[in-house]
Design a protein. Structure first.
Length: 256
């Protein structure tokens, strides 16, 4: 696997702000990966409700959502160029009901205390506001890939939602979104009644692998993206078995 490691990422501390800055460059320079992010972003911003309220992106350091939605407040755990706010997802510096959307891409599974974030999201979102996220998902295929070929921990059998906070990026459980919103859905609904699971859409079985992600070289040039996206449609009837990610939409509702 070392042959495929992206040369810019070799020997870097994954938790260092400099690594996030380099990853931002990687996302922009790898055409196939950029197309993956564009697809993710467009699928999330279409869920932002109309009306009053700010839009917050958490963990925005390596991305480019602001180029698609200029009114978004982009935030990161540490200070890097281009960030509007430095914050911790478990303690959001926003007034009650002041946000209409919280956007996250591959962030939730890095939150060592996800319950703290969910409480804060419930507090800060206005009625009808959304949490829209793209996250790793647990399927027969993804468990094989994430367990054996990915550097982040992936523990679908974990009994607790929380995990050790080793660092903002090194600390993780890639199976956490599946655990919280699927396996433990009844517990989530009981614990956070104001956050309704609006939709969970498993997606993307192999295109992210072809992109090389943030750590590996791209296995396909950008111009082939449309071809592979078309080919992926053939897998839709079996996406529950092949999905590596999921689009998860939570909606803030008033308790009855």
């Amino acid at each position: 696997m070392s042959w495929f490691v992206h040369p810019l990422t070799k020997g870097l501390d994954i938790d260092a702000p400099e690594t996030t800055i380099l990853r931002r460059r990687i996302v922009r320079e790898k055409a196939f990966l950029r197309r993956v992010y564009e697809e993710w972003y467009l699928s999330l911003v279409c869920e932002i409700p109309q009306g009053e309220g700010a839009i917050l992106e958490i963990g925005a350091g390596a991305g480019f959502l602001k180029g698609i939605r200029p009114d978004v407040i982009v935030s990161e755990y540490f200070l890097v160029p281009g960030i509007d706010v430095v914050l911790d997802g478990g303690s959001l510096p926003f007034a009650d009901g002041s946000l209409k959307a919280i956007i996250m891409t591959n962030v939730f599974h890095h939150l060592p205390q996800p319950g703290d974030f969910l409480r804060e999201a419930s507090r800060c979102l206005r009625s009808g506001g959304v949490v829209a996220m793209i996250e790793p998902w647990s399927s027969r295929w993804s468990r094989l890939i994430y367990t054996h070929f990915h550097h982040e921990p992936f523990h679908p059998d974990a009994q607790q939602w929380s995990f050790e906070a080793t660092g903002p990026l090194s600390g993780a459980n890639g199976a956490l979104p599946w655990i919280v919103f699927w396996r433990d859905r009844a517990l989530f609904e009981k614990s956070f009644p104001q956050l309704q699971i609006h939709s969970i859409e498993p997606r993307m079985s192999f295109r992210y692998l072809l992109s090389g992600g943030l750590s590996f070289i791209s296995l396909q040039p950008g111009w082939t993206f449309v071809f592979w996206r078309g080919l992926a449609r053939m897998f839709r009837p079996w996406i529950d078995k092949w999905a590596m990610f999921a689009r998860i939409i939570l909606r803030r509702v008033d308790e009855s």
